[in-house]
Design a binder for this molecule. Sequence first.
Ligand SMILES: O=C(O)CCC(=O)C(=O)O
Ligand SMILES: [Mn+2]
Length: 220
Amino acid sequence: MHPASGIGVGNGGIFGKEVDMSVLTLRGFEIHKDFLTSEAQSAVLEAVRSVAVAAPVFSPMTPYGKPMSVRMTSAGKYGWFSDRTGYRYVSHHPGGAKWPAIPAPILDIWNAVAGVDRAPDCCLINFYGEGARMGMHQDKDEANFSWPVVSVSLGDDGLFRIGNTERGGKTESIWLTSGDVVVMGGDARLTHHGVDKIRFGSSRLLPKGGRINLTLRVVD
Ligand SMILES: O=C(O)CCC(=O)C(=O)O
Ligand SMILES: [Mn+2]
């Protein structure tokens, strides 16, 4: 059983499971289906909106000169950024301001599932509109891969593909739905993953449709 099982109890039942019995493991990724209740999803969405007011979403340019289909922003000590010079963490939004702090309802999720005694430095917020996707990649711009990455999905369903530590090879996919939380850590920390497509309009959480994914990361 995952060490964080049952932590929802201490949070007054804001999470979907009082005792989290529905953790699936797929290629080392711990997938907590329906981890967030609809109330918790609304609270996290409100928190995401407050971040986006202070740090508006933007479309990063890949180092190859193509804009990403996903729009993004961040909260925390560092935010993720990309342009012709490459992918990296930066301490300021491209507009010049410091990133806003990671809101408490988002930190609560990390504290419940990450199983480590360290706060994340970055909450990357990805917004997938109709047709957006994310190619297979590793999260490897962080200094220490012994910390997990925790992912939170809100809104429309996303088809999440999980591969291998090495590029290529066989893969397996799972639909992530609103409220699902994935812990990418341990031996799977450098496993390739991506989002092939979303089912635009499948959720009513976002009135205009789309999918939001948050990834919480220790950067330093
Ligand atoms: O959207 C997702 O589910 C995954 C996002 C991701 O892998 C990333 O931002 O690095
Ligand atoms: Mn990733």
